[in-house]
Write a protein that binds this ligand. Sequence first.
Ligand SMILES: [Fe+2]
Length: 385
Amino acid sequence: MVVFSLFRFSPLIPNDMTDNGSEPRALKILLVEDDGFLLRTISDYLSNRGIEVWTASNGKEAIKHLSADPFDLILTDIIMPEMDGIELLRYVRKRMPDLPVIIITSSDDINYSIEALRFNANDYILKPVSMEELATRIALTFMKTEALKREKIQQFRMVEKVMEKDKRVEETFLRSIRSFINAIEARDRYTKGHSLRVSDLVDQLLKKLGINSDMSYDTVLASQLHDIGKMGVSDIILNKHTGLSNDEFHIMKTHPEVGYFILKPILSEEGLKGILHHHERWDGEGYPMNLSGHGIPLGARIINLADSYDAMVSDRNYRRSLDVPQALAEIEKCAGAQFDPDLVPAFVEVVRENNRREAARAAIRVVEPLTDLPAAVTSGHRNSF
Ligand SMILES: [Fe+2]
């Protein structure tokens, strides 16, 4: 009786489960029953209590209503012509798994009732139907369903919040990385854009090699920051126009270890290895630890290739750049000495593909009609910029 009273006084439900302030609406029930007298009795009883009741005399009719309108609950008999309650239940469970269904059954149909529960009917009520019991069962089923829905929505919102927080943390992290890159490049105008070009090549080479894992993410990050340890090298040495003395070179060679130390609190072990060993050589003549061959972490071998290539094709304060074919010839010459010989062919392919793309883009730019340019350009008023 208590539940019935609750039910009688609260026949309205929110328009949706998002609590967005929309107007509540009447509870809407689909009643499926081939016994005309029982259908009218239940329908009148529920309608008089402010519930919107739609009726059907078998499963087929019910499906027509279901495909046209959303319902809050189905109340269905089991044995009916054309399509029985069990078939209707199967249909509903496939397409509307959250829609509550209460079975109305006679004591003779107890096996059907068990079958119905097997297909996840929410409850069943025995004939002859007591209206008070019916109201109680509807109220209980409805409240349970709503509680489950609310729980699901809350879980979903919690997951959303966690994901949003993770996203903000990652964005802050990536912005910090960008700040570090700016700090490196502010020290040396000749290396402007170097970090991002290197990381771009590293990313492409990893993809070419089919490496797509946490290791590749960490290696790309490390490649962006590989020279951060140069922050510990004086401007005089960094910007020197002539060759470095032995002492100066010794100081310069500390930058991988300084970089490792700077980034230890924020990079993964994989990323840190990329920073620490990016000047090791395949033949063991590199620094800081004279590692050789496969003893050098893969990420560091990849960064070394991309870093060396970009340095070759860039002007530095102490020498002019090589052109692309010259730089690639140098890379190939050093395969097995400075570079991992198994990585070199894939790297050369990446650079050649980039060059072909760049050449195609340049060709398109050349044939662009002048009329697409701003009027100030085509009319020759260059000084207005
Ligand atoms: Fe370096």
